[in-house]
Design a protein around this ligand. Structure first.
Ligand SMILES: Cc1ncc(COP(=O)(O)O)c(C=O)c1O
Length: 382
């Protein structure tokens, strides 16, 4: 199937993902964990993971065990870490599929130990340390005891230790430095108490990996950067990273509406003269927000969306585009001619972050994969 089969579709440039992972490896000198949770930030977890591995990623990271199992079933053989909570009852599946789990709570750790005793294999765990994110993580003062306890248990292998930054994408470096210091203290404690460090040590998300040299350790956990998304407006990607995702559709109707004609629910847009109004089959059920002052690209020019965005459709004003015809291609995110609309542009318009834009793209939109294998040369340059 190609784009001709669809009314709206996402194009995912796998060469961009390969390129971005390879850039991350070059700049960090650490192993890369490709974060492919939430359906690979909307890009499709399995193709994104495969492309990331081709680009040099050694690990994949997901939020939930079911996401890890989907990768295993698709044939991915690299180590996979579940970053979130895993119910103890699912331990046998994690063991059978060699999926590593996050441990951050002594009570949960005891449940894992009990399940591991009943199993035949080994549970690999990464201990997560709370250093300032206020989410999952063991109090640094209790981390050594937890690691010591886990190491004494049969069937448990402490494979990693990690933390997560709350503000690595902000210009103020102080809080990240504080988190790093707290994490480093735990690592120093492990070394000086004769416990030794687990094989994998990681702290950095994309912003941490790019902007905090001392926070890379031997593994970086990158999502945004591998998809070519800026970690934040204040922490843009370096040159040579490319966005992997474009969102396209086509014009499904064009007609002239006479002056004073209402457009869409609530007639919140009224034509001021005879206006050429097109329809495009994307709406809020696809992930386009129901907000005013949005634009799309048609024939390389910006065209305003007018009237309320409907569930599956919205209207565009085509007066400035006399050449526009039925079924012409429309770009919601991506490049057309010399212009581009980025996920960052939409995020700004919606008052949110680019992560939410791409994660909000509906599953019903087909994903078309470009450059499924080959050189690290992205199809689109931003
Ligand atoms: C624990 C953890 N590590 C790494 C990442 C990747 O972050 P980013 O997409 O900013 O690289 C996330 C994403 O939310 C995360 O929750």
């Amino acid at each position: 199937m190609d784009s001709l089969d669809w009314s709206t579709w996402l194009e995912i440039d796998l060469a961009a993902i390969r390129n971005n992972v390879s850039r991350l490896r070059d700049l960090s000198d650490a192993a890369v964990m490709a974060i492919v949770k939430a359906n690979g930030y909307g890009h499709g977890a399995i193709p994104a993971a495969q492309a990331a591995v081709e680009g040099g990623a050694a690990w994949c990271g997901v939020s939930r065990l079911e996401e890890a199992l989907a990768l295993r079933h698709a044939g991915l053989v690299c180590p996979i870490l579940v970053l979130g909570y895993t119910p103890p009852a699912r331990l046998p599946q994690a063991m059978a599929n060699q999926v590593s789990l996050t441990v951050y709570d002594p009570e949960l750790a005891a449940s894992y130990v009990e399940c591991a005793r009943e199993g035949t294999g080994e549970v690999r765990v990464h201990v997560k340390v709370e250093t300032g994110m206020g989410r999952l993580g063991i109090d640094p003062a209790k981390a050594l005891d937890l690691i010591r306890y886990l190491r004494e248990q049969p069937g448990i292998m402490v494979e990693g230790i990690f933390t997560h930054f709350a503000r690595a994408d902000e210009p103020d470096v102080e809080t990240t430095q504080q988190q790093l210091d707290r994490f480093q203290k735990v690592l120093d404690g492990l070394k000086s108490n004769g416990h030794g460090l687990p094989p994998m040590i990681h702290a950095s998300n994309s912003a941490g990996a790019i902007y905090f040299k001392d926070a890379r350790f031997n593994l970086i956990r990158v999502g945004a950067a591998m998809y070519g998304l800026d970690p934040s407006p204040q922490a843009p990607l370096p040159p040579d990273f490319y966005p992997a995702l474009s969102w396209k559709t086509r014009i499904t109707s064009i007609k002239d509406l006479s002056a004073g004609h209402g457009v869409s629910y609530g007639s919140r847009y009224i034509t001021r003269k005879t206006e050429r109004i097109g329809v495009i089959p994307v709406g809020y059920a696809d992930g386009l927000r129901r907000v005013d002052h949005q634009q799309v690209l048609i024939h390389g020019e910006l065209a305003p969306i007018v009237g309320s965005v409907c569930m599956d459709q919205c209207m565009v004003q085509l007066d400035g585009l006399p050449q526009a015809r039925l079924e012409d291609e429309v770009v919601v995110i991506g490049r057309q001619g010399n212009r581009a609309i980025t996920s960052e542009d939409l995020a700004r318009r919606w008052g949110t972050i680019n992560y939410e834009v791409v994660c909000g793209l509906a599953n019903r939109i087909p994903r078309i994969y470009l450059n499924a294998s080959g050189k690290n040369q992205p199809a689109f340059k931003p």
